[in-house]
Design a protein around this ligand. Structure first.
Ligand code: ADP
Length: 650
């Protein structure tokens, strides 16, 4: 047969073009694609040989790699099914995958870049042209007496001619491109590089992937001692892949230690994971998954650069390293893999369908993980608390995320510090310990438990012996506002609005006092101008002289967090200065106001700044504050300050 010159199909040309001009950074996946084709070809032969008596039955399968540095080539050969002349033309010269063309057409509308296309889907044989300037395929089918040689430089055409090959199978030779300024193809000629790519992408292919590797050993003398500077090199046919995937083994036979080692090697961690969750699911969708929770949060977990996701295997082929569709954002810290025979790295399986399956797996996994956390919280409190300290913020974020879609799932695995308890408590535990007359769940925002405990807003709660949740993380108040209630009990901030827990008689008394001191309160408000929105007598203070609270709605904490975010910065919480009418300080101010109303401004200022300080908020003018304080102290000590405004008292 003479050499035939054939044109690629139009669609194939498009795909080829995409590959040749690809700026895709992950060009190394060509090896995964070719190895997975080889593995498929062996599968096909094996299955056929079971029913076709004309085919030799064997278990001697192999995918062999051979590097030739001088000629800049890599040969990938297999003893699979091979191809006949016609198969060679229709399989390699045409896009067999019906969905591909459609996908390419839609690509423009979707605004999907080449890189995304290549990254997300198996692109098969053509990916060889990302790295090779010329590709040769020599193949022999057991159903054909003749072997064929196919060659193409990826442009418009390919050639086919007879070849001398006699064994069944396929041998693909890639002639690597010359290195360019920013592309180093010579890397693929290093056997350690090829070895690491096999490990990375094809470790779980079930046939041996072998390569001739040079082994250098020091020469030994007759007595078995090493001779200095004398070496022997031998060529060894080394198997590069592990072949038996850990998930293929019986779950009950794999020890925690083995799983830990697997985790550390696969996900580059030094520490053992704190959780190992192995799931086998069969039914509407079949998959296996092994999920790990690291014991320490990675440094970059909250940076933009962190990529969440699970490794995805379709059958035994590594399809994706970080399949983000499998992981809800708040669980971004989980590592692991999903293996599903229902997923295919073939484009023809519609993307939509694929996504729906992934979504289902994601939902299942999420429930499974939360379940496991719940169980641990119940049975191994210490382990859970350690987890909580690393990743609790994420769980809280999970409640807040997606408009509270997950709040019911997660509300029982959140932990809180409280003012009274030494260890962290769940909401259930808090509610169980509530005194009979307590109706709501109290919380206070503060940088720490100690500062909340010392805050004036705690006065009445201490008296009532109510416990208070300490909210110290930015996300806390947002999470609480989404939760709104737990076990039909509303959340109530101790730093906001009316507390309404004083006895009625006390409330009455304070109302009367407020009417009596209307002018004084108005004077303080005037003195403070727009600094505060309201000045009132407090029902929540019993020990402390003053405090600052926000109105209902936006709190100081939320104001702070929102204003740190980019964008709208004009959110202001309503500021209310509350004064304790029982405190001696108030009585002193009452007297001062009666005797010299004009000096009230300084006192109002002091009161307000003191409240700011207690609240952990910044004082506008610390120097002025200090000067006023000095002035008042001197006056109080009666060291005549004749220049002061308060001359009447002298
Ligand atoms: P696919 O996703 O179908 O594997 P490819 O472009 O990678 O797409 O390959 C196209 C077809 O070429 C395959 O379906 C197969 O029939 C054939 N083929 C590729 N590599 C080999 C091989 N090593 N041995 C036998 N047939 C092969």
């Amino acid at each position: 047969m003479a050499k035939e010159i054939k044109q690629f199909q139009t669609e194939s040309k498009k795909l080829l073009n995409l590959m040749i001009n690809s700026i895709y950074t992950n060009k190394e996946i060509f090896l995964r694609e070719l190895i997975s084709n080889a593995s498929d070809a062996i599968d096909k032969y094996h299955l056929l040989s079971l029913t076709d008596d004309s085919l030799e039955k064997t278990n001697d399968y192999e995918i062999h790699l051979e590097l030739d540095k001088k000629k800049r080539k890599l040969i990938i050969s297999d003893n699979g099914i091979g191809m006949t002349h016609d198969e060679l033309i229709s399989n390699i010269g045409t896009i067999a995958k019906s969905g591909t063309l459609e996908f390419l057409k839609n690509q423009k509308d979707r605004d999907m870049k080449d890189a995304d296309l290549i990254g997300q889907f198996g692109v098969g044989f053509y990916s060889a042209f990302m790295v090779a300037k010329k590709v040769q395929v020599i193949t022999k089918s057991p159903f054909s007496d003749t072997a064929y040689r196919w060659v193409s430089a990826g442009e418009d055409e390919f050639t086919i001619e007879e070849s001398k090959r006699t064994e069944r199978g396929t041998e693909i030779t890639l002639f690597f491109r010359k290195d360019e300024e920013d592309e180093n193809y010579s890397d693929f000629l290093e056997d350690y590089k090829i070895q690491s790519l096999v490990k990375k992408y094809s470790d779980y292919v079930k046939y041996p992937i072998t390569m001739d590797r040079e082994k250098t050993t020091q020469r030994l003398d007759d007595e078995g001692n090493k001779i200095e500077n004398e070496y022997d090199t031998e060529i060894e046919n080394e198997t590069l892949n592990q072949m038996v995937p850990i998930w293929k083994r019986n779950k009950t036979e794999v020890t925690d230690n083995e799983l830990n080692d697997f985790y550390k090697a696969q996900y580059y961690d030094y520490n053992d994971p704190s959780f190992r969750i192995w799931t086998n699911v069969e039914g509407m969708i079949t998959y296996k998954s092994i999920i790990f929770i690291p014991s320490k949060a990675p440094q970059n977990l909250y940076s933009d650069k962190y990529e969440k996701g699970l490794q995805l295997y379709a059958k035994d082929v590594f399809v994706m390293d970080k399949c983000k569709e499998l992981v809800p954002d708040y669980l971004r810290f989980i590592k692991g893999l999903v293996v599903s025979p229902d997923l295919n790295l073939n484009i023809s399986r519609e993307i939509l369908q694929k996504n729906r399956q992934l979504e289902k797996i994601q939902k299942n996994l999420e429930k499974k993980i939360v379940n496991e956390l719940e169980k641990t919280l119940k049975n191994e409190r210490e382990t859970y608390v350690a987890f909580w300290k690393e990743f609790g913020v994420n769980i809280k974020y999970g409640i807040y995320e997606n408009f509270g879609m997950n709040k019911d799932l997660l509300k029982d695995i959140i932990l809180f510090q409280t003012v009274k308890e030494d260890s962290l408590v769940t909401l259930k535990e808090y509610v169980e310990k509530m005194p009979k007359d307590q109706k709501e769940i109290y919380f206070g925002s503060a940088p720490s438990k100690a500062s909340l405990k010392a805050s004036p807003q705690m006065d009445v709660l201490k008296k009532k012996d109510y416990d208070v949740l300490v909210l110290a993380d930015d996300v806390d108040e947002f999470m609480i506002s989404i939760l709104a209630e737990y076990d039909s009990k509303k959340f109530k901030s101790i730093n906001q609005g009316d507390l309404d827990i004083q006895d009625d008689s006390v409330k009455e008394e304070i109302k009367t006092l407020e009417t009596e001191n209307k002018d004084l309160l108005a004077a303080i408000k005037t003195a403070l101008g727009s600094e505060v929105d309201e000045v009132k007598l407090s029902t929540r203070l019993t020990e402390s002289p003053v405090c600052l609270v926000s109105g209902e709605g936006l709190s100081f904490e939320m104001e702070k967090v929102i204003n740190q975010m980019p964008g709208d910065k004009d959110m202001k919480a309503k500021k209310i200065l509350e004064i304790n009418p029982q405190h001696d300080l108030f009585k002193a101010i009452e007297r001062i106001y009666t005797n010299s109303p004009e000096s009230i401004e300084d006192y109002a200022n002091l009161l307000y700044n003191q409240a700011l300080l207690i609240e952990g908020l910044a004082i506008k003018d610390p120097v002025e504050f200090s000067n006023k304080m000095v002035k008042i102290l001197i006056k109080a000590a009666n060291i005549g300050d004749t220049n002061g405004t308060d001359t009447k008292e002298d």
